[in-house]
Design a protein around this ligand. Structure first.
Ligand code: UD1
Length: 375
C-alpha cells in the first residue's frame, strides 16, 4: 500500500505543486484546506480558485486547521504530514495580529493536539527565512555581523545597515546557525510553529523537520492577494498596466526560489532519513534585488515600457537583506535547485498572461499607511 500524506493548507500555491510532486512519487495525497477568501477568492477573477485546481487524484477535505474534529478526520490513516496552513503576509501580520497568531500558532497547536492521539512517522513544517530578521553581514574590516538590527531611518540616511564605525555592510549567505531575530508578528508565529514541531514531534515518537523558505515564486501564485509575495504583486500590477510599487530604494536583496524546487525540498524533507529533527534553509542559492526582479519581470511580460514607482518608504517589519546559504540541505538531503530564474520568469509571465488579476495593491497600501506601518 502506498503511504498517505496529509498536506494542511495544501490547496495553496506551494501545496498544489507539492501535491503533484508527491503523487509522482507514488503517495496517496490528502489535503485539508479552509480555502480562505484572501487567497482563493469568491469566484471573481485572479484568485487561485479552490479544490478544483488540485490534481484530480488528490483527496480534498474542507476544514480549518484550528478545528480539532476536522484535523482528527484528516489524520485518519495518514503516515506523514506536511503543515503548510498559515497566513503569509509580513506587512499584514503587523495589524491583523490576532488572526496571524490564531491561524499560525493555535493552528499548529491544534494539529499537534490531534497528533498526540494519532501519531504519524514524520511532520514537516513550513517555516520562513523571516525568523532570521536581518541576515548575516560582512563588515568593512572583513568581520561578520550577526546581530544587525534595523533602525528607523531618517530621510537622507543610507538604507543599508552600518557597522560600529559607520561603514556600510554587505549581506552574505545566512546559514541555519544564525540566531533568530523575530522582527514581525509573522516571524514570531513562524518560529513558534517551528519550535512546536521540533519539540512535540520527538516527545511523541514522531520525527519533526522544519524548512525555512525564502521567496517562493511560480505559476499559481495568488495574483489578487495584495499581501502575497512581491513577484505576484508586481505581475498583477503589470498585467493591469500599472507600475510595480517598489518599497525602499529597490536595492534590498532576497533569494527567489521556484515553487518546483520548493516542492522538491519538501519531498526530500518528508523522506530522507537524515532530515529527522533538523531545520533547513530552502532557496535557489542566488540572490537578487527587488528592483532587478521588477525589471526582469516587466521584460518577460513585454511591459518594459512601464517604469516601476520607487516609493522611498519602508514597510514596518520588513528586513533589508537576507540571502540563503543552502549548503546544509544540499549536503545532507541532496537538494539541487533545478529551475533557472530567467526561464522561471518566462513561465510565470506566460501563465500570468492567461489570468485576470484584481489590483488591490493601492488599497493594501492605504491599510498600512492608515496604521503608520510604512515610513
Ligand atoms: C515572503 C513571504 C513570506 C515568506 C518569506 C520567505 C509573502 C507575502 N511573504 O516574505 O510568507 O515566509 O517570503 O522569504 O509571500 N516589496 C515591494 N513592493 C511590493 C511588495 C513587496 O517593493 O509591492 C518588497 C518588500 O518591501 C520586501 C521585498 O519586496 O523588501 C519582498 O517582500 P515580500 O514578497 O512581501 O516577501 P518577504 O517579506 O520576503
Amino acid at each position: 500500500m502506498p503511504e498517505s500524506v496529509l498536506i494542511t493548507g495544501g490547496a495553496g500555491f506551494i501545496g498544489r505543486h507539492l501535491s503533484a510532486e508527491l503523487l509522482r512519487r507514488g503517495y496517496h495525497v490528502r489535503v485539508l484546506d479552509s480555502l480562505i477568501e484572501q487567497v482563493h477568492g469568491n469566484g471573481k477573477g485572479g484568485h487561485t480558485g479552490g479544490a478544483e485546481a488540485l490534481p484530480p487524484e488528490v483527496e480534498f477535505q474542507a476544514g480549518d486547521v484550528r478545528d480539532g474534529d476536522a484535523v482528527a478526520r484528516a489524520l485518519r490513516g495518514i503516515d506523514r504530514v506536511v503543515h503548510l496552513a498559515a497566513e503569509v503576509g509580513v506587512g499584514q501580520s503587523m495589524y491583523a495580529v490576532e488572526r496571524y497568531v490564531s491561524v499560525n500558532d493555535c493552528g499548529t497547536a491544534v494539529l499537534f493536539q490531534q497528533l498526540i492521539e494519532a501519531p504519524v512517522k514524520r511532520v514537516v513544517v513550513a517555516s520562513s527565512m523571516s525568523i532570521y530578521g536581518e541576515g548575516l553581514y560582512r563588515t568593512a574590516d572583513g568581520g561578520t555581523a550577526e546581530e544587525v538590527v534595523r533602525r528607523l531611518r531618517r530621510p537622507g540616511e543610507p538604507w543599508d545597515p552600518l557597522d560600529a564605525q559607520g561603514q556600510p555592510m554587505r549581506p552574505i549567505p545566512t546559514p541555519e546557525t544564525k540566531r533568530p531575530a523575530l522582527a514581525s508578528v509573522y516571524a514570531l508565529t513562524k518560529y513558534m510553529q517551528e519550535r512546536l514541531t521540533l519539540t512535540l514531534a520527538p516527545a511523541y515518537g514522531m520525527e519533526g523537520v522544519a524548512l525555512r523558505l525564502w521567496n517562493a515564486y511560480g505559476p499559481g501564485q495568488a495574483l489578487s492577494n495584495p499581501y502575497t509575495g512581491v513577484l505576484a504583486i508586481f505581475a498583477a500590477r503589470l498585467l493591469n498596466g500599472q507600475p510595480p510599487m517598489i518599497f525602499e530604494d529597490g536595492e534590498q536583496r532576497r533569494d527567489f526560489v521556484h515553487v518546483e524546487d520548493v516542492a522538491q525540498a519538501f519531498a526530500l524533507a518528508l523522506e530522507h532519513p537524515a532530515a529527522a529533527g533538523q531545520v533547513y534553509n530552502v532557496g535557489s542559492g542566488e540572490d537578487r534585488t527587488v528592483r532587478e526582479v521588477a525589471q526582469l519581470l516587466a521584460r518577460a511580460m513585454g511591459r518594459e515600457a512601464i517604469e516601476p514607482e520607487v516609493t522611498g518608504q519602508a514597510r514596518l517589519g520588513d528586513i533589508r537583506h537576507c540571502i540563503a546559504d543552502i549548503g546544509k540541505i544540499r549536503r545532507e538531503l541532496g537538494y539541487a535547485p533545478r529551475r533557472d530564474f530567467a526561464e522561471g520568469l518566462a513561465e510565470l509571465a506566460a501563465w500570468v498572461a492567461e489570468q485576470q488579476a484584481i489590483d488591490r495593491v493601492a488599497e493594501a497600501r492605504r491599510e498600512l499607511e492608515a496604521r503608520g506601518l510604512v515610513a
